[in-house]
Design a protein. Structure first.
Length: 156
């Protein structure tokens, strides 16, 4: 059973929430440290992230590249706008699959929740059509597969 919830708001927003059995400090680090990101943010089984650039500071660049044998890879670029250690990350990202998607503005919050963390990501997309395409791309399946891996890493 997925611990991930995805809701829409208005025409342009997607709200993703998930609880992790790990402290906010760890979940935040897992979103900002390349060595950790490469271990969990790989989506469905079989994919890997051979390139992970994550310069976690305001103005810092992001570039993640995913690969799977026998399949066309894809990548994401972006920039960090704001970081509040262990509490909040604001960044802009765009996917290249192979053509670029419009910018996705993301604000991710990490809140202590009992002995774990409640992560809430608010995505702001440019319009209703882009939001529909993002949701229909199967984002939920890939995100939850990655988040399950993150939780296993935290427990190890």
């Amino acid at each position: 059973m997925s611990k991930l919830t995805i809701k829409t708001e208005g025409d342009r927003f997607v709200i993703v929430t998930r609880r992790f059995a790990a402290p906010p400090e760890y979940v935040y680090r897992a979103h900002t440290e390349p060595a950790l990101i490469q271990q969990w943010m790989t989506g469905p089984d079989g994919w890997s992230m051979p390139v992970c650039i994550c310069d976690a500071r305001p103005g810092g660049k992001i570039r993640y590249e995913w690969a799977m044998p026998g399949r066309a890879g894809f990548y994401l670029t972006g920039e960090f706008l704001e970081l509040e250690p262990y509490k909040r990350i604001v960044h802009v990202e765009r996917m290249f699959m192979p053509n670029p998607t419009p910018d996705n503005h993301c604000e991710t919050r990490f809140e202590k929740d009992g002995d774990g963390t409640l992560m809430t990501m608010r995505m702001t997309l440019p319009d209703a059509e882009t939001r529909k395409m993002a949701i229909e791309s199967g984002m939920e399946h890939g995100m939850e597969a990655s988040y399950v891996r993150l939780e296993r890493l935290a427990a190890a």
